[in-house]
Design a protein around this ligand. Sequence first.
Ligand SMILES: Cc1ncc(C[n+]2csc(CCOP(=O)(O)OP(=O)(O)O)c2C)c(N)n1
Ligand code: SF4
Ligand SMILES: [Mg+2]
Length: 351
Amino acid sequence: MTYLAKPTLHHPSLPKNALGYTRRDYEGRVSTLCAGCGHDSISAAIVQACWELDVEPHRVAKLSGIGCSSKTTDYFLGHSHGFNSVHGRMPSVLTGANLANRTLLYLGVSGDGDSASIGLGQFAHAMRRGVDMTYIVENNGVYGLTKGQFSATADRGSKSKRGVPNEDAAMDLAVLALQLGATYVARGFSGDKAQLVPLIQGAIRHRGAALVDVVSPCVAFNNHPGSTRSYDYVREHNEAANRIEFVPKRDEITADYEPGAVTEIVQHDGSLLRLRKLDVDFDPRDRIAAMNSVLEHASRGELLTGLLYVDPEAGDLHDRLGTTAVPLNALDETALCPGRAALERINASLR
Ligand SMILES: Cc1ncc(C[n+]2csc(CCOP(=O)(O)OP(=O)(O)O)c2C)c(N)n1
Ligand code: SF4
Ligand SMILES: [Mg+2]
């Protein structure tokens, strides 16, 4: 089954955002994933996040690799630009597209196999270069599409459906992204939409490399007792670092909190990340502390979720390269061909 049409008629009373669009306008085709797959919940969170942010669908470029997770770009934002690339190669395609046209909003969707195995090098360089993107990893600890082999993010000792333990050490993409210089790093759970939607919104409004690592159980191959990526295990071992509320620039700030109970971080576009402290004492502006905290929780078998790190002042690859703000396809002839004298100056400077 490769294509299913969704009815396009909307009920007239469906709520609309500031652009006059309903949530349905941000959906894609009917999902062909297994019923109960965590990835579908992430697609729903992306739809909700973009609808609430009044994102113009035609200003979004969604890119992915290969895997059940990478298929999901077909199931949301049906009116946006889409590119389903080769396994593990989404980051370089996204980087190229972003360099050619920075006016779009870049949404990279990948899996743990796609990003932590074959695409690890690509993942690493996109993070360290600060490509302006929201990079979502739909992390189930297995290669779902190819029938459940352990991926590089599977915990050591976690058991496969047939009871075979994983002997290899686990890779933590959030810790890796922190080490590599990503400037917005969050971890969510597909079963907690209330936490996931603002985490995605904060990433969309962040300038720079933003990773949202989402634990997303695979009901077909990794949802059994002995797995550390099953719904039951994650619910029991999920410890939230903070509760995040995303406040767009246009919204009036109404709620009052006790001093010290909430950390407020203003992003470059004026949007506000309001982080309510929970039991864990956690400062999301301390990169090293974030890495330590994630690893400490992991050593106890716990999964730290929430906004782990943000640098609201971060720049991106364009700032460092000094590239033109005009999309390359909109540059006119005089900009593209400045003439013989300019060429001679460049050549002379290189002699
Ligand atoms: C170059 C290449 N190597 C291997 C494959 C086979 N393959 C397809 S998807 C996949 C793993 C997908 O795992 P993940 O990214 O975790 O996605 P999931 O299906 O779990 O969401 C593999 C190994 C491929 N398509 N292309
Ligand atoms: S195999 Fe796993 S990851 Fe793929 S659609 Fe089914 S539940 Fe989701
Ligand atoms: Mg996977």
